[in-house]
Design a protein around this ligand. Structure first.
Ligand SMILES: [Zn+2]
Length: 281
């Protein structure tokens, strides 16, 4: 059903000869225009003309890629399903509106015609012509609208049914797009959460390094409890960091702090023990 409607759109926009392009453009991925030309067995310029006509209505989208060897751009296309369906919906609404006006007119007004010339006149024009054909001089006959009305009503019903189907397809497409959007959102959310985790680990390491530096500067403040805490932190840091950078012990306290912040997460227990030893002395 969807393909049928998309073809109808292309027939309206370009013409019957181009309807097969739908089979190629109705795709998840963008399709190479040279492939389209090849499959339709038309030239690349003919293909582009068709695509530009559809593009003018905003019913296809494209991306371009530069050919590194030749230096020119190749375009890749796909049909915009939702926009195409909405385009068709509007056309069907207009068509139905016109037919309904005709039905109303046939139901409420009289029409006259010349049997010989087969020319039709509405009431006003028939009156202006004195109900006489100015081509052949025959007197007008009153038109029997029964058959015309039947045809119009049939068309109106057919269009109405099509409209319902198009609306159903629009709904389906909207749901599909919404799902894709949600999928994209949860993907981004996941990435953000991941980035946050990495940042949290990094800032934790930084804090640890600062603590170690502080302890080095003020060994008196380093309590036993803190040492225990550090061990646990180190364990976490160890898990996440694969590359272990060597620890450079600075000569001055300032130098040491700087180096600690740069990546020294692995101040060894030995160092801490040494501090304690120094403290005890
Ligand atoms: Zn006539």
């Amino acid at each position: 059903m969807l393909q049928k409607f998309l073809k109808e759109v292309i027939v309206i926009v370009v013409g019957k000869q181009a309807e097969d392009i739908v089979d190629l453009l109705y795709s998840k991925k963008y399709v190479n225009e040279f492939l389209i030309a090849k499959k339709l067995d038309i030239t690349i310029n003919q293909t582009r003309n068709v695509l530009y006509k559809i593009s003018d209505q905003g019913l296809v989208s494209s991306i371009r890629k530069k050919d590194k060897k030749k230096g020119w751009y190749t375009y890749f296309w796909k049909i915009e399903v939702l926009k195409s369906l909405e385009f068709l919906k509007n056309i069907l609404i207009k068509r139905k509106d016109q037919i309904d006006k005709q039905i109303n007119s046939r139901e409420t007004k009289e029409f006259y015609f010349c049997k010989r010339c087969n020319i039709e006149f509405n009431q006003e024009n028939a009156l202006l012509n004195d109900f006489t054909c100015n081509e052949c001089g025959d007197i007008f006959s009153l038109k029997d609208n029964t058959k015309v009305l039947k045809d119009f009503r049939r068309s109106s019903t057919r269009i109405e049914n099509d409209l319902k189907s198009v609306e159903e397809e629009i709904e389906k497409e909207r749901i599909k797009l919404e799902k894709e959007k949600q999928k994209e959102i949860s993907k981004v959310k996941k990435e953000v959460a991941e980035a946050r985790k990495i940042r949290a680990i990094a800032s934790k390491k930084l804090r640890d390094a600062k603590k170690v530096a502080e302890e080095k500067l003020n060994p008196k403040k380093a309590t036993k409890k803190k040492v225990v805490e550090k061990k646990t932190n180190k364990k976490i840091a160890k898990k996440k960091v694969s590359k272990k950078k060597p620890v450079h012990h600075g000569r001055t306290p300032k130098d040491f702090l700087k180096k600690s912040l740069q990546g020294a997460k692995k101040v060894t227990k030995k160092k801490l023990v040494k501090n304690k030893v120094v403290k005890k002395k």
